[in-house]
Ligand binder design. Structure first.
Ligand code: URA
Length: 429
């Protein structure tokens, strides 16, 4: 086949800060999937985009070309309105676990196609896989059946959805080209638009444990994604939320499942409950459902949906969760107020304990992670535990301790602390 462009010309155009044309974008994405554009050429183009950016039109076209590289799912025949959520990821971010059954219990259908974790943020599938018997891989028919009967499904995204993004994201991961707003926005939105839900709520994190640590960059990313979604017919909103401190008390796969179950049982940490309910309200509003999500946590209906969801995927919701073999506390060396707790350092420590993976093919430990006993603003006495580390392999504990060095500060009892509000901003268009 005679190719209409040469990759080197497209790379040169972006290197020299020109705007890529629609045919150039359509071709380069398609030719990359076909193997005509080589990895090293796409890596050079990704770096040129990373440095010189893409305007809004280019970003939308890039997204569309990635959607067109694969299949689109269709949920329009379902008896319930579909609405989805995506989080840009953070430490202790287990919100999807309680959120999906809450929205399902209110009458929505949530097709949550999730991924595994890489680096210091955990993956939803890794968390759920700590439940004995639970399986992430479903056929499209199984997924539709669970969505129809229960109203929520959390499973692995199939290979057919935006395959161009799959290939490009793996390449960006090893070429230091992940943290680019047009590339992140097009990557996330291509998958979400191809997934075919009727509405989407984005949880864009900011703070040390997030991709976009500065709030103004998080806002720009959120605005870009909301515009791409709404322009393509997917009703989209975003919340910018805090990730300066981990969410909840638990970081790590089985530990986070347990905390999510606590929330579904009507207990759990206040920040996890608040974020779950705030996102649920946005999702229900987009789906046109008038229901009180808080009620589902009190009357057991969200827990009932959770149990049915887990059982439908082979899991036993009542089985004991795996526990790590080794544990060690970190205690306060002096009394005072906890003034600082760095989400990124805690995420890295949990990852080193075995909760996360460095390479896609690495296994994760279900029981590994950290439970926090205090948060910034809490008072602590010398000798009291700040956190407990859990690992299957005790040899991992010193490396985790190294990551925690300087991450937690205890100041005078009357210190003033600055923390981001849990919900910083709401972006609707
Ligand atoms: N998540 C994605 O799916 N893509 C990105 O580029 C970054 C985060």
């Amino acid at each position: 086949m005679l190719e209409p462009f040469a990759a080197v010309d497209v790379i040169r155009a972006k290197r020299d800060r020109n705007v890529l044309t629609d045919p150039q974008i359509d071709w380069v994405i398609d030719a990359y999937v076909r193997g005509v554009v080589a990895d090293e050429q796409m890596a050079a183009l990704a770096m040129a985009i990373f440095i010189n950016g893409m305007n809004e039109h280019e970003t939308v076209r890039w997204t569309t070309a990635m959607i067109d590289s694969g299949e689109r799912m269709d949920f329009t025949h379902l008896p319930r309105p579909t609405v989805d959520k995506h989080s840009t990821g953070g430490v202790g971010d287990k919100i999807t676990l309680p959120l999906v059954p809450v929205v399902a219990a209110c009458g929505g259908a949530v097709p949550q196609l999730s991924g595994r974790g890489l680096g210091h943020t955990g993956g939803t599938l890794d968390k759920l896989e700590s439940i004995p018997g639970w399986r992430a891989l479903l056929s499209n028919d199984e997924m539709m059946q669970i969505l129809t009967e229960v109203g929520g499904v959390i499973c692995a995204a199939g290979d057919g959805l935006a395959p161009a993004d799959k290939k490009l994201y793996a390449l960006r991961d090893v070429t230091a080209t992940v943290e680019s707003i047009p590339l992140i926005a097009s990557s996330i939105m291509s998958k979400k638009i191809a997934e075919g839900a009727g509405g989407l709520v984005l949880d864009v994190k900011t703070g040390s444990g997030a991709f976009m640590s500065q709030p103004e960059l998080a806002r720009e990313l959120a605005q870009t994604m909301v515009r791409i979604g709404n322009d393509s017919g997917l009703r989209t909103r975003a919340l910018i939320t805090a990730m300066d401190v981990p969410l909840g008390w638990a970081i790590g796969n089985a530990l986070e499942v347990q905390e999510s179950v606590d929330v579904l049982a009507g207990g759990g940490p206040a920040d996890v409950i608040e974020l779950t309910l705030t996102l649920a309200r946005e999702m229900l509003d987009l789906a046109g459902i008038d229901a009180d999500p808080e009620k589902t946590l009190k009357d057991g209906s969200a827990m009932d949906c959770w149990n049915r969801m887990i059982r439908a995927q082979g899991g036993d919701p009542h089985a004991a969760l795996p526990k790590a073999h080794e544990q060690q506390e970190v205690v306060a060396t002096h009394s005072g107020m906890v003034t600082h707790m760095d989400a990124l350092a805690l995420g890295v420590a949990a990852w080193r304990l075995g909760a996360g993976r460095a390479r896609k093919e690495d296994p994760v430990s279900a029981g590994a992670g950290i439970t926090l006993h205090v948060k910034p603003g809490d008072l602590i006495e010398a000798g009291e535990p700040i956190l407990t580390m859990f690992a299957d392999d005790g040899a991992r504990i010193p490396q985790a301790l190294e990551a925690l060095h300087g991450a937690i500060e205890v100041g005078p009892a009357h210190s003033t602390i600055t923390r981001l509000p849990l919900i910083l901003e709401r972006i609707t268009g």
